[in-house]
Design a protein around this ligand. Sequence first.
Ligand SMILES: [Zn+2]
Length: 438
Amino acid sequence: MRTQDLNQLFWFPGLINFNSSECYYLVVMKAILVVADGMADRPLKELGGRTPLEAAETPALDEVARLGVCGIMDVVSPGRPPGSDVANLALLGYDPHDCYRGRGALEALGVGLEVREGDVAFRGNFATVDESGIVLDRRAGRIDGRIFEEELADLVLSSHPEVEVEVRPAIEHRVAIVLRGEGLSWKVGGSDPHEEGAPVRRVEPLDGSPEARRTAEIMNELLKVLRDRLRASPINKRRVEKGLKPANAIIVRGAGTLPKVTPFESLYGVRGACVAVNALVRGVCRSVGLKLFNVPGGTGGVDTDTIAKAQVVEGILQEYDFIYLHVKGTDSASHDRDLEAKIRMIEKIDAMIRHLLDHLNMEETYIAVTADHTTSLREGEHKGDPVPLAITGPEVRRDQVDAYSERACALGGLNRIRGLDLMPILMNLLDKMPIYGS
Ligand SMILES: [Zn+2]
């Protein structure tokens, strides 16, 4: 609620309250958190010591920095490279040290599977494995696993018929698996050897509990059933005839169960939505109760349509007070060590920000732009360097920073914060933070 000049009442029809001396009308402030996956980087020799963000043409990002307040952020903790799962939880205000319970359930939620308290989920790949169990191709030629609908249906384990099993193919060779039943544990390893030429591993318990032992047993049985079904599949027979790699096994990793969280809306009193294509990020957002939106033309890669993402945000901003807007391509380009693609992707994100600045009512909207972690283009890996952050909107304390980059933002008014500080800062700007003390 914001007090306004009487004249403005004619322009803003949402008048809801009078008292003797003042008029009020309802302005619901909104916040959009733009997360550019792995966008932050280190200075590169081939860019004359600049980072990709410093080298890219980013007039809109620079405008956010110039009109806003800037800083740098250790998304989880200084110097520690975070995975995308824990990083996105931290950005949403959930301390991964308290709530994180593996990646599998987040991936499963992200591909649309139901995951309940007590369920254990895995992520995995369709793979090509030889007769002696050696992994020949961890991705079975990046096969689209959705062709195996029949092979993945009605899975029953003869030694554990009481355990419900769901296997859902995701994009390309990826798959998510959910086990449901009493006495399961997520403290089990995976079967993926993470390299080709190595044997498929047995799933082993990671602690001494009977639940972990039982879950490992169940998983080993399930993987055998899947292997038998895939080997017998006519689809694979045809692939072999054509000289293609058969997807004759599923290898798994990342066992997990639902994170322990208070839903976003109960925590902050705002309705939140997520605009993302990437399964993991969608899963993280779904796990905390954000409503998921699809993006027409969104691919999760460098060819994604970033303007379509901005348009989805524009369309749902009436209904939601907080939107988590995620773009994956910067991270994919970094993992592929493709400098040109990373710079192009940063510029596509800049165009998305331009669209938001031009089409939203910036009198009522805060836009924060950051990354979930640094991904080093030189090494193609996540790093523990802090990420840049800029927040623009009606009541930020504008600082002297006039460009958006890792180094420019380090001179800003937010200084250096942790990922867990971001959501309270945004919610405070939305006047949603309760007082501490009295
Ligand atoms: Zn990430």
